[in-house]
Design a protein around this ligand. Structure first.
Ligand SMILES: *[C@@H]1O[C@H](CO)[C@@H](O)[C@H](O)[C@H]1NC(C)=O
Ligand SMILES: *[C@@H]1O[C@H](CO)[C@@H](O)[C@H](O)[C@H]1NC(C)=O
Ligand SMILES: *[C@@H]1O[C@H](CO)[C@@H](O)[C@H](O)[C@H]1NC(C)=O
Length: 374
């Protein structure tokens, strides 16, 4: 099965060195383009545009964002350097995926529709019952909106249905990470039971997006699962007065948010398995964030991370070096000595070093599942 994929797969196997995500040698490319949907884990520069529509100040456009890469220049990435998607683009010999809303040049080699703060469900779901003057977040940049942007870009990429199928068949699609913002906007505001009740809606929305892209011609899609939210410093602070037994005593992470994420990941895997059965010629790849980050939290020394693994690198004073009123980018914020020794960069987001580890694994996962389907 997956005959059309085979050449790409073989090349990927040949070109990737096990421990490297450096640009592919030899200049031959497995994919012509990368198209990507998601949130701040994937956004390479759309959020400054979306935030400006709402006149919201965008802290990630200030130093020290970008300090480790991009010549220290903030790019809109919620990171000190590169994201997983950047490492993957580099290793596949493609340009860093250009942000759809701010890039002025061609999108022939891909487009990134991901927006920091984006939800899976439409933003109206979260604004129902908002009092006047409530926060504008989540902004109107959900998965559905990103798919509309993709739709409006399509005519500039290919003309006929066949031409589109050929082009998208040679492209690599990322659908997510999605889910973090749906849950993080809800933790502390809705009961765990209520949050649990809309997990299936989130999975259905992701699943429908994957099917829509398959109908457009996508033949390789990467669908990442969620992070362990219960280890995220901002979530740890949301539930700062939790009882001792609500924490995992080995990691210091909160059990209940992690259970919701595990439910999300497990339903997502089930949904992807159904899609694989329905579309046997399409390669649908689940990639992991939960297991990796959990492992980093449990055994920081394996990754040469500092022992106080739940502390952010860039932030204000307080527990976890995270402080709502002095966040990374603010004047009073301080930066850790060596960001490559930290898992968390500014709160929810990870450092370039952590993303680098994850990218290596995702590349091998892409490799392995490609092999499995051959
Ligand atoms: C959200 O954005 C989409 C796509 O740009 C647009 O069609 C829609 O009307 C917007 N919705 C709201 C509530 O602004
Ligand atoms: C957070 O920062 C503010 C402003 O600097 C400070 O007054 C407050 O004490 C900090 N909170 C903690 C828990 O350190
Ligand atoms: C991909 O698979 C091949 C064998 O099929 C293996 O030699 C290679 O190391 C793998 N690459 C990665 C990055 O895991």
């Amino acid at each position: 099965m997956g005959c059309r994929l085979m050449p790409a797969v073989v090349l990927l196997l040949l070109l990737l060195l096990p421990s490297s995500v450096e640009p592919a040698a030899g200049g031959r490319r497995q994919y012509d383009a990368i198209f990507s949907f998601g949130d701040s884990f994937t956004d390479t520069g759309n959020n400054p545009v979306v935030f400006s529509w709402y006149n919201v100040f965008d802290i990630v456009m200030r130093p020290p964002y970008g300090m480790t890469f991009f010549g220290g220049r903030p790019t809109g990435r919620n990171c000190n350097g590169r994201l997983v998607i950047d490492f993957i683009a580099q290793s596949l010999g493609l340009p860093l995926v250009p942000p759809y809303l701010s890039h002025r040049g061609s999108f022939r080699q891909g487009a990134n529709f991901a927006v920091g703060g984006a939800t899976t469900l439409d933003s109206s779901f979260f604004h129902a019952g908002d009092p006047p003057g409530a926060s504008p977040f989540p902004l109107n940049s959900s998965l559905g909106v990103q798919l509309q942007w993709f739709e409006s870009l399509k005519p500039s990429l290919c003309k006929t249905t066949q031409e589109c199928k050929d082009f998208f068949g040679r492209s690599l699609f990322f659908v997510g990470e999605f889910g973090i913002n749906d849950y993080h906007f809800s933790f502390g505001k809705r009961s765990m039971q209520e949050i649990r009740s809309f997990v299936p809606d989130i999975i259905r929305t992701i699943s429908m997006a994957v099917e829509k892209l398959i109908s457009d011609g996508a033949t390789t899609l990467v669908v990442p699962g969620m992070i362990p939210s219960g280890c995220s410093p901002p979530i740890l602070l949301t539930f700062a007065d939790a009882d001792a037994d609500e924490y995992d005593s080995n990691t210091g992470c909160l059990k209940e948010p992690n259970k919701i994420v595990m439910l999300h990941n497990s339903l997502l895997k089930d949904a992807l398995q159904k899609l694989r059965k329905k579309h046997p010629d399409v390669s649908i790849i689940y990639t992991d964030l939960f297991r990796h980050i959990s492992e980093m939290v449990r055994s920081p020394e394996k990754f040469r991370f500092r022992k106080d693994i739940l502390s952010v690198c860039c932030g204000g004073s307080g527990r976890y070096h995270y402080n709502d009123s002095v966040v990374c980018g603010d004047e009073g914020a301080t930066i850790c000595e060596d960001p490559s020794k930290s898992l968390y960069w500014d709160g929810v987001h990870l450092t370039e070093a952590a993303y680098h580890y994850i990218a290596k694994d995702w590349l091998s996962t892409i490799n392995l599942s490609a092999r499995a389907s051959s």
